[in-house]
Design a protein around this ligand. Structure first.
Ligand code: HEC
Length: 160
């Protein structure tokens, strides 16, 4: 009886370690660097984009370059999205650009001429991924999206 209990007791630390390792492994798995998910009905992307991008990339359709500091976001989307393009083909290059803007990565050389190179932003990779997935899923030039944007603004733009 005693030996049985001793065996169990001596196994406990090992079990504890296995538990910890499994837990860490699980956690690492959650940190997928570029998570590709459909973000319809997902306001988080809009909240983050409002906070991180719209100060410069105002979503409004009206007005020319005068008074702007960057092209509107729907123009950026237009330049990056091609018919039938897979999500990762769209998401990857935009994330890369935001983290390290450079002339040779640019698909909008005219925008660099008009506004100067975008400054690098320190946006959390997960937040950035959420933003760019949101951009992929939503046609920012559509009347439907603009209505959604107006409603969002009316609600006082409360964080989730
Ligand atoms: C401080 C102002 C500023 C902020 C904030 C900003 N941008 Fe920009 N962005 C610019 C300017 C200026 C340009 C045009 C020049 C250029 O293309 O580098 C630009 C261009 C871009 C381009 C096109 C790059 C190209 O030339 O192909 C992408 C994509 C982009 N921004 C994404 C984002 C995203 C996503 C966010 C929010 C996470 C964001 N930007 C926030 C200023 C900003």
């Amino acid at each position: 009886m005693i030996t049985k209990r001793l065996i169990i007791l001596s196994l406990l630390p090992a079990l504890l370690w296995i538990g910890i390792l499994l837990y860490l492994h699980q956690n690492n798995k959650n940190e997928v660097p570029i998570q590709l998910q459909k973000s319809e009905q997902n306001l988080e992307g809009l909240v983050l984009m409002d906070g991180y991008c719209f100060a410069c990339h105002h979503p409004g359709m009206r007005g020319g370059p005068a008074g702007r500091t960057a092209p509107p976001m729907f123009r950026v989307r237009e330049h990056y999205l091609r018919e039938g393009m897979a999500r990762e083909e769209f998401v990857g290059p935009i994330i890369a650009y935001v983290q390290h803007p450079s002339q040779d990565k640019s698909k909008m050389p005219g925008a660099i001429r008009n506004f100067g190179l975008m400054p690098p932003l320190s946006v959390d990779q997960k937040d950035l991924t959420t933003i760019v997935n949101y951009m992929y899923d939503h046609d920012l030039a559509s009347e439907e999206w603009n209505e959604e944007w107006r409603q969002f603004k009316k609600l006082g733009n409360q964080p989730l």
